[in-house]
Structures are given as C-alpha cells and as structure tokens.
Design a protein around this ligand. Structure first.
Ligand SMILES: O=C[C@H](O)[C@H](O)[C@H](O)COP(=O)(O)O
Length: 237
C-alpha cells in the first residue's frame, strides 16, 4: 500500500467518528484532503454536517466536494476537528504547519471538543523536531523577532538554522493571514510545552506549529494496519 492509500485509510477511520448533526473542523494538507473528499461522499449520500475549513485550499476542496461550510462567527463550538500533522509524539504533541495553515488550524482545533489527528505512521516520532518547526511571523521587525526566537530556543535548550519559507518559484511564502513563516531546524525538541510557551510570548510571533494538549487521538495508518492512540489527560493539559 502506498503512502497516499495509507493517508486515505486513516481519513476513513476518522470518518467513522462523524455523526449526523455534527459541526466539524476541516484540516489542511494531503491527509486532511482525503477526509474532506470522503466526507463529501457521505454528505452526497445524505449525512447532515457542517464544516469550518482551516485554509482557503480546504475551503475550495470542501466546496468542490459539496461539504456545507460555516464560520466560527456563526456557530459557538465544533464537535470534532480532523486534521493531519507533520510529527506526532507519544504525548500527542504535534508539529503542524508544513502546509502553512498552522494559525487557522490551531484556532479551529482549540474551538473543538475533540481533535482527531490522521496520518501515515511515518509521522509518529519519539521526540519532535526532525521536521522543521514552522513559526508564523509578522514581516515588520523580522530581525528583532528572529533574535527573540533564537533567545527562546537557547532558553529551551535547542538551536538550529532558521529560514524564511519560500515558494517553489523563489518568492516569500505568504500565509492565508498575510504573514510569513520561519522554519527552524531544531533536530530534537526536548521540552515542547516549554518551547511553545516561550514562543507565544514573542510580540512578532503570530503563532507556532507546536500543538500542545490539543489532539484527543491520533489515527496512524501503516503497513500492519491502523493504530488509534487516545490521549490520557483531558484536552488542554
Ligand atoms: O499547514 C499544514 C498542516 O499543518 C498539515 O496538516 C500538515 O502539514 C500535514 O500535511 P500532510 O497531511 O500533507 O502531510
């Protein structure tokens, strides 16, 4: 089974949790796209749900698949968000933002009763950090923000090269919110909750890709089948 088939299997397993009448957060990326497509099939067969997309790309996919959409201004909570991840550790801490959607993804996940992470099992790691950590920043004063980020890294026992994300054609990548992303090659993040807190205090940092205490479960698809890992502590701890 190839990677794409594994991603679709994980998406199909998460879909089993969806019930009539639910309000759903719709993640971004190649794995979440499978979920949106499968959800669209169920909607066309009569399932009544409504979704909040976490990016313009997901909005386009959902509309194409016939998934009805709303916003967090029109509804007061979400039942489940289903989203992919770049890395997942045994405490269900995540690195997200490889596709640049981390800010909306975090807002939507935080507004959800449950977040189900779907992935192929190569995303499962003992320690976060092999995948570059995305940090979404305001372009104004970027030099000062970078220095503050470096200081936060040092205080949290990590270091590594940082680079402003570029598109394939060499232009600066701009997020749906109009911000830039700095990707940090940290290798091994020893204290993800500590680093998350430190980054959140920096004025020029809009958001970062560490998702701490947000995932309720992870559905991992691999060559030997599907593994569902449930979070033990309540959401937010
Ligand atoms: O910004 C993008 C998101 O955080 C994605 O969910 C993450 O990068 C995983 O994407 P994929 O399922 O394509 O590996």
């Amino acid at each position: 089974m190839n990677m794409d088939q594994l991603k679709r299997q994980a998406a199909a397993r998460a879909l089993e949790e969806v019930r009539d009448g639910m309000q759903l957060g719709l993640g971004t990326g190649s794995t979440a796209k499978h979920f949106v497509e499968l959800l669209g099939e169920r909607v066309r067969a009569g399932l009544k749900i409504i979704g909040v997309p976490t990016s313009e790309a997901t909005r386009d996919d959902a509309m194409r698949c016939g998934v009805p959409l709303t916003t967090l201004d029109e509804i007061d909570h979400l039942d489940i968000t289903v989203d992919g991840a770049d890395e997942i550790d045994p405490a269900l801490n995540l690195i997200k933002g490889g596709g640049g959607a981390l800010l909306r993804e975090k807002i939507v996940a935080a507004a959800s009763d449950r977040m189900i992470v779907i992935a192929d099992d190569t995303k499962w790691v003992p320690t976060l950090g092999r995948f570059p950590l995305p940090v979404e920043v305001i372009p104004f004063g970027l030099g000062a923000t970078r220095r503050a980020i470096e200081k936060a890294f040092a205080e949290c026992g990590v270091s590594g090269q940082m680079a402003v994300r570029k598109t394939k054609d060499g232009h600066v990548f701009v997020t749906d919110g109009g911000h830039w992303i700095v990707d940090a090659q940290l290798g091994r993040i020893v204290d993800p909750p500590g680093l998350a807190k430190a980054l959140s205090t920096i004025p020029g940092v809009v958001e970062h890709g560490l998702f701490i205490g947000l995932a309720s479960s992870a559905v991992l698809a691999g060559g030997e089948g599907i593994r569902v890992i449930e979070r033990r502590e309540p959401k937010g701890d």
